[in-house]
Design a protein around this ligand. Structure first.
Ligand SMILES: [Zn+2]
Ligand SMILES: [Zn+2]
Length: 631
């Protein structure tokens, strides 16, 4: 847990305390920190509404003012259960009703794991921690929302009330956060994405499957060009892989069965011979059904069984790694080929529950700025450092001043269970990763016990221009998959060795990254990224003037500038207004005087009229700005 998560989670204990002061019968389930805040799930006959928040917040303030220490107590399983039976968990005192959710949670704690309780004031809760030192460390908080949620997310379980809040170290940070939310509403990528004709989600195509209109397509082209150039210079090679694969590929990678819930269901494909057999079975089935006595049921069932077993299951690709591993394995590799950096803007499909879908942020199809770097352990540090430098370069380019790398490491006591049993590799790669992060002065936090199964990982969070937080990318070190795929290279001593693999995606997915950029720039993209870079607006419709304007359009397009022309007979103010509405970056306003001087009058969105300038000078400047990807 990061410091702010620790503070917010502590606030959830205070929230539960306050609710119990008002409704002593309340039963609590889980109360974790979440992005931007915390919640606590409560089972209570009274339906809590935002009208209750003031009352609850007043009780919370008292608890914070009392400045109770958070005291940790380790107990045995039996002691914990005994307290649960007396209703003493997530409670202020013993009660008539047992703490049923806490008892269920205790029963699901693995036998070898310690059980801890935390006390703050009268409130005692079952919790692994950690917390802040005292309730008074929670500087400022606010309850934000109440929703319903099934216990453990399973609709067969009771429905609980989920009370959301947020907390910060200081009142100022809290105020800034709510001011930012106001701004964020105006910049919402779903709103701007529609107004600026960037993307659309169509019900006939399906939920969570965004389609990019030409303006979105233009942004994608620029991002891919950026990635292609940057990766080429860094020694990456581009590959292409299909969108589907046989199920057995994902069994080999280990994604199935663990990842099955996040994948689209399998589809069974019949090859020619199987299709033929399928039709034969149907015909035979029909013959038996219509001609023989009912005693042939057994035969019919066995035919059906055979028919069902025909064919080969396939899945839509949920991640690019297995395909890339196959490309590594396709050619004999030696240490001279390493590091091998395979890159692809790969399209992946993931099954997200419909309730989880959200604009471009949570989708079911995504194009990922993916690459897999295969290297020797000796090369790892330099490779990982280069990946980080690429991140920093991108952050600078997009004006991302605030970011955080969240470095998740393993817990040695859980080797072989939660983490692949390679103590040496864990130690070595974590040490190297930590060293690179430290030496490069990157802003990072280390979070123990949250690594991926097969290696340490780094999640990258970035804050937009108005301070809204986005998770944009993940890097992973992987020493399990290369083994599962039996990837090898011949080392100097001619012995087969297994490479390490780094998964990296600095620009995340187009969906999430463009969603971020829309809000970051409030739709006012820099020239190089602007879907419509230049619009030419003619004053009047004199044929000579139109010819002049069209010659400029041709010149711009010949230089790959995304330019359009508005030669309608509308008044110039109307034309300007339309272009401003679409946040076109630069407008060339052209009247007779401009034409006679071989000039254009330049207007830049957000900056207004910059006056007439020679045509060649303006165009040269635009080309230079695009080339340099100026902010
Ligand atoms: Zn806790
Ligand atoms: Zn991967």
């Amino acid at each position: 847990m990061t410091d702010i998560e620790r503070l917010r989670h502590s606030a959830s204990h205070v929230l539960a305390t306050a609710i119990l002061k008002i409704w002593p019968e309340a039963q609590f389930a889980a109360g974790p920190p979440v992005e931007n805040g915390f919640y606590y799930d409560v089972d209570l006959p009274h339906r809590i509404s935002p009208d209750d928040f003031e009352k609850i917040e007043a009780e919370m303030k008292k608890e914070i003012k009392a400045n109770h220490p958070f005291e940790r107590m380790e107990v045995s399983r039996d002691e914990a259960l005994e307290l649960g039976k007396k209703g003493r968990l997530a409670a202020l005192s013993e009660r008539d009703q047992p703490s049923k959710y806490k008892i269920d949670i205790i029963e699901n704690i693995p036998a070898d794991e310690k059980i801890s309780l935390y006390r703050s004031g009268d409130f005692v809760d079952l919790c692994a921690g950690p917390h802040v030192m005292r309730t008074g460390n929670i500087g400022a908080f606010k309850l934000t929302n109440v929703a319903s949620a099934y216990y453990k997310g399973d609709e067969k379980n009771p429905q609980l009330q989920r009370i959301y809040g947020t907390a910060f170290k200081t009142k100022k940070e809290l105020d800034d956060y709510f001011a930012m939310l106001e701004q964020a509403k105006k910049r919402d990528h779903r709103k701007l994405g529609k107004e600026l004709e960037i993307y659309v989600i169509d019900d006939d195509v399906g939920p969570g499957l965004p389609m990019w209109l030409p303006r979105g397509g233009a942004i994608i082209d620029e991002l891919e060009k950026l990635a292609r150039e940057t990766e080429f210079a860094a020694g990456y090679q581009r590959v292409r892989t299909p969108h589907i694969a046989r199920k057995k590929l994902y069994e080999k990678s280990g994604h199935l069965p663990y990842y099955a819930d996040s994948m689209f269901p399998e589809m069974v494909v019949l090859e020619d011979k199987e299709r033929q057999r399928h039709d034969e079975i149907s015909a035979e089935f029909e013959r038996i059904r219509t001609s023989e006595p009912p005693g042939a049921l057994g035969k019919m069932l066995s035919l059906l069984q055979e028919q069902i077993s025909l064919g080969e299951p396939y899945h839509l690709k949920a991640m690019n790694c297995p395909h890339h591993h196959k490309l590594f394995a396709a050619v004999p590799r030696s240490y001279r080929d390493l590091p091998l950096r395979l890159a692809e803007y790969g399209t992946c499909y993931r099954y997200e529950q419909s309730g989880e879908l959200f604009g471009l942020m949570r989708v079911r199809s995504m194009q990922m700025n993916d690459a897999h770097i295969y290297c020797t352990p000796e090369q790892f540090e330099a490779e990982f450092n280069a990946v980080n430098e690429m991140y920093l370069k991108y952050f600078k380019l997009f004006g991302i001043d605030k970011y955080l790398m969240r470095f998740s490491t393993h817990d040695p006591s859980k080797l072989g269970q939660k983490f692949v049993d390679e103590p040496e590799l864990w130690k070595k790669t974590e040490e190297m990763t930590r060293r690179v992060l430290k030496d490069s002065g990157i802003n990072y936090v280390e979070v123990p016990n949250e690594a991926a199964f097969y290696g340490p990982k780094i999640d990258v969070q970035a804050w937009s221009a108005i301070g809204r937080e986005f998770s944009i990318a993940t890097n992973q070190v992987d020493f399990a998959q290369p083994r599962r795929f039996d990837l090898r290279y011949k080392d100097r001593d001619n012995i087969d060795k297994i490479p390490l693999c780094i998964h990296r995606a600095p620009l995340g997915t187009h969906e999430r990254f463009i969603g971020f950029l829309i809000e970051h720039y409030a739709g006012n993209f820099p020239l190089w990224l602007s879907p419509e870079q230049v619009r030419i607006l003619t004053i009047g419709d004199d044929p000579k003037l139109i010819d002049y304007a069209r010659s400029i359009l041709r010149e711009l397009r010949a230089h790959q500038v995304r330019a359009e022309i508005d030669e309608s007979s509308d008044k110039i103010n109307g034309k300007i207004q339309r272009a401003e509405q679409m946040k076109v970056h630069t407008m060339f306003v052209i009247g007779k005087r401009d034409m006679d001087a071989n000039a254009v009058s330049v207007r830049v969105h957000g900056k207004g009229n910059l006056g007439p300038k020679p045509r060649s000078e303006v165009i040269a400047d635009i080309l230079q700005s695009i080339k340099e990807r100026r902010a």
